[in-house]
Design a protein around this ligand. Structure first.
Ligand code: SAH
Length: 370
């Protein structure tokens, strides 16, 4: 093989780029550096992009119709290797959870949640999380790092490979950034991954099919309203500062009033209702008082409520609300005229539901700079 010496460091290959980190225009630019005219680079970028993101062909040797010389250049300079599957668990209800091993050894989790023949893929944006929400399993794990764009994109590609989801009739219809981590604390890489997901010559996930879920990082919500423009879910979980602060320390930094203002602005910009996520915790946030406060809060901006059953994990220190409490809470909101859904937790038997993801990654550093 015609590798340049620059591409090697000892036995380990040193690539200039990882393919799945590249936006379409960046790929084009790279190709134009391979002595291709602008027009040829454009055509080749389009072909390669379609191979990788439309057909699921990740090995440059299989880029048929491309000149061999170009394939060899690409192979030398651009890394197409993917992360690996460390473990896979399938739940009785069809939910699948993968534990992926990054090239640096860290482990992350990705979950496919089916609804009939199609489903939603829940991706991670960080290894671990700094937020420390008291009811969240990931919060017990110290942060290790922000995921790179490539590591986010590869979760989608590997899930598609695993589900043989490369035909026109997509199985994965929606992508939610609701796995491990706080996506808005990894703003740039998440933003770039969304650009790649949206590209119509590739994976073609429209902005309405992508949802970012945040615990409420107010300044980043405002930036996201201008720069990311997907659907937004906010993990609310309590209707007053007092209660929210007890279960979500981030509320000490960004109070509900500021959070709601930012949501209002986001909804104005994107003309979409904000999803409010609300995990019902026994005797914490499931009272009549909370339901009434929540109704008032929901009157302030276009939103819909997603009530979620608490997924118990060993040592959680919280219990799920009783069936009666859940339906009472649900009915109170419904009768007020607001849109409310009740999400049954899925993948219980594999600890697979979003927000319940925890891997035994090494606790190297406690905090990223945020
Ligand atoms: N940091 C982001 C995304 C990750 S958490 C956020 O806070 O939105 C994804 C969702 O799962 C959040 O709404 C989170 O509050 C919720 N969640 C966390 N732990 C849970 C549990 N044990 N049961 C049910 N939902 C949980």
């Amino acid at each position: 093989m015609a590798h340049s010496s620059k591409a090697f460091k000892g036995d380990k290959k040193m690539y200039e780029q990882n393919f799945y980190n590249l936006e379409y225009n960046e790929l084009k630019k790279h190709l134009s550096e391979f002595n291709l005219s602008e027009k040829a680079a454009s055509m080749r970028a389009n072909q390669i992009w379609k191979f990788v993101y439309k057909k699921g062909v990740g090995n440059p040797d299989n880029f048929i119709n491309l000149p061999l010389e170009l394939i060899n250049k690409i192979k030398t300079k651009i890394d197409f290797n993917k992360i690996s599957i460390e473990e896979k668990k399938a739940s009785r209800d069809g939910t699948i959870k993968w534990l992926f091993k990054l090239n640096d050894g860290n482990l992350i989790e990705t979950v496919y949640i089916p609804f009939g023949k199609t489903g939603t893929l829940c991706v991670s944006s960080q290894v671990g999380c700094t937020l420390n929400c008291k009811f969240c399993h990931t919060g017990t794990q110290m942060i290790v790092k922000n995921l790179e764009t490539t590591e986010i994109i590869q979760q989608v590609l590997l899930a598609k490979d695993e589900l043989t989801d490369w035909s026109k009739e997509k199985k994965i219809r929606n992508i939610v950034y609701m796995g491990m981590g706080e996506p808005l604390y990894n703003f740039n890489n998440v933003k770039k991954s969304i650009e790649i997901l949206k590209n119509v010559d590739g994976l073609e996930f429209g902005p309405k099919r992508i949802t970012i879920s945040t615990a409420g990082i107010v300044p980043e919500i405002l930036s996201a309203s201008k720069e990311i423009k997907t659907c937004l879910a906010v993990s609310l979980h309590a209707p007053t500062d007092e209660i929210r602060e007890k279960i979500m320390p981030i509320n000490k930094k960004y109070k509900l009033k500021a959070l709601i203002d930012s949501c209002r602005k986001y909804a104005e910009m994107n003309k979409e209702k904000i999803f409010l996520e609300y995990v019902l915790l026994k005797d914490i946030n499931d009272t009549k008082y909370c339901a009434q406060k929540l109704i008032k809060l929901m009157g302030g901006f276009p939103c819909k409520l997603n009530l979620i059953e608490f997924n118990v994990w060993p040592g959680a220190g919280f219990e799920p609300s009783s069936k009666e409490k859940v339906s009472e809470f649900y009915n109170t909101i419904k009768e007020s005229g607001h849109v409310v859904t009740l999400r049954k937790s899925k993948g219980n038997d594999i600890l697979g539901a979003c927000g319940q993801l925890k891997t035994e990654s090494k606790k190297i550093s406690k905090k990223l700079d945020n």
